[in-house]
Design a binder for this molecule. Structure first.
Ligand code: AMP
Length: 395
């Protein structure tokens, strides 16, 4: 096989997502997911050249799971050029993808308190992969890195300076890998040079964020210190009045942990609907007359529209609005409802094109003579592989 192979690893608390990406192939040689890691039911399923495979991992932790998975990857790859690791929080210290030296690993550890659900499992995957393949280059690709170009007036909170200077409390932004890939792909699809293009990107999955991208750089984004700020998400509230937390504590005796659980695990689409965090389920329920599901959808779309309008303040002009993520790439209703809330922008969808752009098909969905709106399927694994190769090539 010609072209170099990069293994992409994304470690969650009880899961490891992985893909074997060849630089000359559009599809992935291997794409898989290990789940329920750390339990007796631990298992991995993967697709290898189109064929489905499965392995029980029997109580494996991250290191054991990778030790069982990687020989299969190695066999399919022949030669591996490097490993790209998704890392959620790189703080202010990391501005771009880089080699995972002991110093960089120290930065990831130091930022664990800002991403307690993400950085520690990421580190488990990194350490396990390095001990299995010490001779290969291991590259960290950080969710926060793309947003390091935000100007200070966008990333600082209006709180006393020492919280920023002494404790690094500022807005960081997340989903950077996706926002970067989608804004570049969108420019390519629209026939515009990346370095002279202005986009609003809405990444709508289980986690949701929107970003203003100018000339290939993030200028503002909806997520902040943590991935809780901003849009309404599957189980996350997004923005609430910060006093809510004090009120819950004073009036109802909520602890910090109770507040965190409420706002990150029990809120968002799930909290409002009382039914599900899954948009597909809510659309179906709402079509059958479920009023709470309908309200959850309405809040989701209105809040998204409001945030997109706010982000337009970071753009000198608008070349287009790009939808991505599981909801953005598939939910025609959500795209329509969101744009209906943005009347002063003069958006108008081509209804047939909107219906057509689902299940991985991207393209223009706006009507002629109106601002450009496109669906751009994201591909974080490809972006991580591209950035990994760029670091290896010293670019
Ligand atoms: P992600 O985290 O990017 O995988 O996105 C997951 C979200 O996408 C869930 O809320 C899904 O319900 C939603 N989703 C996937 N397919 C559809 C669809 N056909 N219609 C509406 N929502 C969808």
């Amino acid at each position: 096989m010609s072209g170099r192979n990069i293994l992409v690893i994304n470690s969650g608390s009880s899961s490891i997502k992985f893909a074997l990406v060849n630089e000359d192939r559009d599809d992935f040689i291997i794409e898989g997911l290990a789940e329920r890691i750390g339990t007796p039911e631990a298992e991995v399923t993967w697709k290898e050249n189109g064929e489905k495979k499965h392995l029980q991992l029997g109580n494996a932790d991250h290191a054991e799971a990778l030790a069982q998975i990687l020989p299969h990857v190695q066999k399919a790859a022949g030669t591996l050029t490097g490993i790209g690791h998704r890392v959620v929080h790189g703080g202010s210290q990391v501005h771009e993808a880089c080699l995972l030296t002991p110093e960089v690993i120290g930065v990831i550890e130091a930022n664990a308190s800002l991403a307690p659900l993400h950085n520690p499992p990421g580190l488990m995957g990194i350490n396990a992969a390095i001990s299995l393949y010490p001779e290969l280059p291991h590259i960290g690709v950080f969710d926060t890195a793309f947003h390091q170009t935000m100007p200070e007036h966008a990333y600082r909170y209006a709180i006393p300076e020492e919280f920023y200077t002494q404790h690094q409390i500022r807005r960081y932004g997340f989903h950077g890998t996706s926002h970067m890939y989608v804004s570049r792909k969108g420019a390519e699809m629209a026939g515009l040079p990346v370095e002279d293009s202005c986009w609003l990107v809405a990444h709508l999955g289980n986690g949701c964020s929107a970003t203003a991208v100018v000339n290939g750089e993030s200028r503002d984004t909806t997520m902040g210190l943590t991935p809780l700020e901003g849009l309404v998400m599957g189980t996350r509230s997004g923005d609430v009045d910060p006093s809510l937390q004090v009120h819950l504590h004073r009036t109802f005796g909520y602890s910090a942990q109770d507040v965190e659980t409420l706002l990150t695990k029990k809120s968002g689409l799930l909290g409002v609907s009382g039914l599900s965090n899954d948009m597909r389920t809510l659309i179906e329920a709402s079509e059958k007359g479920d009023k709470k599901a309908a309200l959850a959808i309405e809040i989701f779309c209105y809040r998204l529209a409001k945030s997109l309008a706010a982000l337009s303040c970071a753009l000198p002009r608008l070349d287009g609005l790009l939808f991505t993520g599981g909801i953005g790439e598939n939910a025609t209703l959500i795209r329509k409802k969101t744009l209906d809330h943005m009347r002063v922008f003069n958006f108008k969808l081509d209804d047939a094109a909107n219906q057509e752009c689902v299940r991985g098909k991207g393209g223009k969905i706006s009507a002629e003579g109106h601002p450009l709106v496109m669906v751009v399927p994201t591909n974080e694994e490809r972006q991580i592989a591209n950035e990994t190769l760029a670091v290896i090539d010293g670019k």
